[in-house]
Design a protein around this ligand. Structure first.
Ligand code: CU
Length: 448
């Protein structure tokens, strides 16, 4: 093994010694080769290092929250963290009124979040209870090539009924993902994806947060009334999800005023990138699936583009109480099934169209002359196993959003650590937009 390999590998675990090591490395190799750029130190190679003692929740890290999802349990055997993923069919609810037979892991769609600590030795058993072969790829993880999980390239597929073992030591921390890498188009579209969070071994003060949320974005085609997702769809996805839930089925992110909040967002949807917008705050983009962004290179944003096949970590201080929307800013991604393929009726004078249409189609009613905002609230019957195109009842009115939409709920009072929904925010008197008073309009010369 070359000296540079040894040095790189040691540097990963040396913590405070990294700077000194880098200097020594640069001076010892200066004559033999061009000086190393800093990016070369991010190289993941070298043999799998010996694991460190398993990192423990509470002592070594604060566990993450996966709203609407779960975290994969593990146990310690001889100093190694042991996990068991079971690939299987799952009857999954996307929102009240919409279920489908999907494929997931351990009874969950998507798979539960895998949580570990940098330096942990992990053994992950994967049992295949599907009728098709499968593999698991560990997206962004530095590991031996034969553990990378690309079917045919790195291993043979796990046949139905078989259990495979993946094993490595985490040499990095960050937000990563896992997904099937055999017949990807089918298996990922059926739900076989999940998040991985690796905590730093000794987090610096600046790496600690009070709430650490994990969100996976995805997209589906489920025809109204259909029992299964359609993995052959390429463009017209009609169910957009956060942790496999579509609004109003998404679970809010609950914070206390003043909390330092991290939201880790991954996207393993088939085709689309999602600009995720947070109301009420600016945040900083602090990490990608390639690692942490140096503080000097972070910049403030209110919308972060999460491309498919990538993760983005954002952080902010939740210093303003309220119910703050967080959603994809592509407007067709905050609609549900029924919004797709409708004729454009905006501005059409429908007149007697309804009565005439009913001669041809029983029950026909022209809709959408003034947009789609009223559609969810009309109480109209929808086809079996489908949900209205938008929304649910809010504290003031009908919320005309669906799909990839959730709410960050920030409260002054103690709301615990379990991410329990505290209900709607009670705005202080005089701080809610409402009908303008006549005296205000007169004073300001508003004639309406
Ligand atoms: Cu989107």
């Amino acid at each position: 093994m070359s000296q540079s390999n040894l040095t790189r590998r040691n540097a990963l675990f040396a913590g405070a010694a990294i700077t000194g090591t880098a200097v020594a490395l640069a001076s010892s190799t200066a004559r033999a080769a061009p000086a190393l750029h800093k990016w070369e130190k991010s190289y993941s190679g070298g043999p799998d290092p010996t694991g460190l003692p398993p990192g423990l929740p509470g002592r070594d890290y604060q566990p993450t929250l996966t709203p609407g999802g779960a975290t994969l349990p593990w146990k310690i055997v001889d100093g190694v963290k042991v996990y068991h993923l079971i690939a299987e069919e799952v009857d999954h609810e996307f929102a009240p009124g919409l279920r489908a037979m999907c494929w997931g892991y351990n009874g969950s769609v998507h798979g539960p979040t895998i949580e570990a600590v940098e330096g942990d030795r992990v053994r992950i058993y994967v049992t295949n209870k599907l009728k098709a072969g499968t593999t698991v790829h560990w997206h962004g993880v530095y590991l031996p090539n034969g553990m990378d999980g690309v079917g045919g390239l790195n291993q043979r597929a796990i046949a139905p009924g078989e259990t495979f073992l993946y094993e490595w030591t985490f040499k990095q921390h960050g937000t990563l993902m896992y997904h099937a890498h055999h017949d990807e188009m089918t298996q990922m579209a059926m739900g076989m994806i999940g998040m991985i969070v690796v905590h730093p071994r000794r987090p610096a003060a600046g790496q600690r947060v009070d709430r650490d949320f994990v969100l996976m974005l995805s997209e589906w085609k489920i025809d109204p009334g259909a029992k299964r997702p359609d993995p052959n769809e390429m463009t017209d996805f009609n169910i957009l999800t956060i942790n496999a839930k579509t609004y109003p089925g998404t679970v809010p992110l609950v914070c206390r005023t003043g909390d330092r909040v991290r939201i880790r967002i991954g996207n393993l949807g088939a085709m689309d990138h999602h600009p995720i917008h947070l109301h009420g705050f600016y945040f900083k983009l602090v990490a990608t699936d390639g690692g942490a962004i140096p503080t000097s290179a972070q910049w403030p944003e209110t919308t972060v583009l999460v491309a498919t096949g990538s993760t983005r970590d954002i952080e902010f201080v939740a210093d303003a109480p309220g119910d703050w929307a967080m959603h994809c800013h592509m407007t067709h991604h905050v609609m549900n099934q029924m919004g797709h393929g409708l004729p454009n009726m905006i501005g059409v004078a429908t007149g007697k169209l309804g009565a005439k249409g009913r001669h041809l189609i029983p029950g026909y009613m022209p809709m959408g002359e003034a947009g789609m905002g009223d559609m969810g609230d009309m109480g109209m019957p929808v086809p079996d196993n489908s949900i209205p195109m938008v929304g649910s009842k809010g504290p003031f009115d009908y919320i005309t959003m669906g799909g990839m939409f959730t709410i960050v709920k920030v409260r002054d009072e103690d709301i615990g650590s379990e991410n329990k929904d505290p209900g709607w925010y009670k705005n202080p008197p005089g701080t809610v937009a409402d009908l303008a008073r006549k005296e205000d309009m007169t004073r300001d010369g508003i004639d309406a």
